[in-house]
Design a protein around this ligand. Sequence first.
Ligand SMILES: Cc1cc2nc3c(=O)[nH]c(=O)nc-3n(C[C@H](O)[C@H](O)[C@H](O)COP(=O)(O)OP(=O)(O)OC[C@H]3O[C@@H](n4cnc5c(N)ncnc54)[C@H](O)[C@@H]3O)c2cc1C
Length: 377
Amino acid sequence: MDFDFPNPVKIVKRTAREFAEGAIAPLVEKMETGGEFPKALIRKMGDVGLLGLLVPRNYGGSALGYLARTVAVQEVSRVSPAVGIALQVHHMQTAAVLDWGSKTQKEKYLPALCRGEYLGTVAVTEPTGGSDLLGMASTAKAEKGDYVLNGRKCFITNAHLCGAPVIVVKTGEGSRGLSAFIVDKATRGFSAGREEHKMGLRGANTGELIFKNCRVRAGNLLGDEGEGMKAALKTISEVGRPGMAAVALGILEAALEEGVKFAKGRTLYGKPISNLQAIQWHIADIYTEAETAKLVCYRACWLKDQGRECATDMVMGKVVATEAACRATRKALDIHGGCGSMLEFPIQRLWRDAMVCVSAGGTTEIGKLVMSRAALS
Ligand SMILES: Cc1cc2nc3c(=O)[nH]c(=O)nc-3n(C[C@H](O)[C@H](O)[C@H](O)COP(=O)(O)OP(=O)(O)OC[C@H]3O[C@@H](n4cnc5c(N)ncnc54)[C@H](O)[C@@H]3O)c2cc1C
């Protein structure tokens, strides 16, 4: 077994870290207070190759794979988990178009997504429930060779920043009754609705996508009619979940750094509190959470990069990393004492960000259902 990253992955990690520290870090405070995603970052992320990590070269990407993508999202999230979720959801759309799109769709959308003309997203969740995919109410009705879309998606990452998102709606009943479409933002009857104000990941854009008699061509179908459930599940389980896991890995790294920094800098009884055994235990726990979560997540991505079955490992990584981030940020917050509650210390932001990662990409309960099914079979 070789636990070292291959060279291309090391380069991606270094590039993403430099980009995050240079281009994202100065924006973090404004994103936090304003709750807005800095649009100028989109092109810049395209310029350094972060947007096309899963896309082959002939469509404008680098196709460096899922391990490279995870360390890139992790490095970005170490500085800003809000930018991390925007990036990982963007990757979901690139993967969905690659896996299910026609040649025409790949040629039309992938280069634009890689350049950062706009961000990508995959819109599944509706007010009727995110966990219950078949409970969605939005429809696409076949009409004179076109489809007419009606409905409302909610909690969609990059809702106001995307250009031609992937939407999953009902075209029939049951598990063969969902279909995926790519819909250009400029299409009549398609608009972004309300923007959510979140407790964490505040700089990430989250909102509604609304369809009112929105007419699209049959060529906008992604895959065949009735394949929407399969496309949604594969994209969520093999791209969205490891993406949210990577955001959590970044939070874990940042929590460890903030905890260590504070413990070394805060003096009590004439010595840094890092000399107190209770504080050392907290540090050891945070360190262990971060390293064990990385092992589970990196292995799952390695399986995916080998073309092997990975859905259960991916969801395990998502649950392990997001729950670990919640526990670790709470411990790092404790190390800070009263300072942990003060807005000028980043740890309170990381703690709030970690909490939001638990439901985004599918909840822990749903993750456990998937894992238990695999174990019981
Ligand atoms: C920041 C953020 C970004 C997001 N981005 C996107 C996006 O880009 N695209 C998108 O489509 N969605 C997105 N979502 C939505 C996200 O996927 C859903 O919030 C998530 O799937 C949970 O759905 P829900 O919120 O409707 O909760 P519900 O499904 O209503 O669940 C409520 C509770 O019931 C539990 N529960 C549900 N079913 C079961 C069961 N069978 N057994 C046990 N417990 C159960 C859940 O675990 C949860 O605790 C985002 C969410 C957030 C917070």
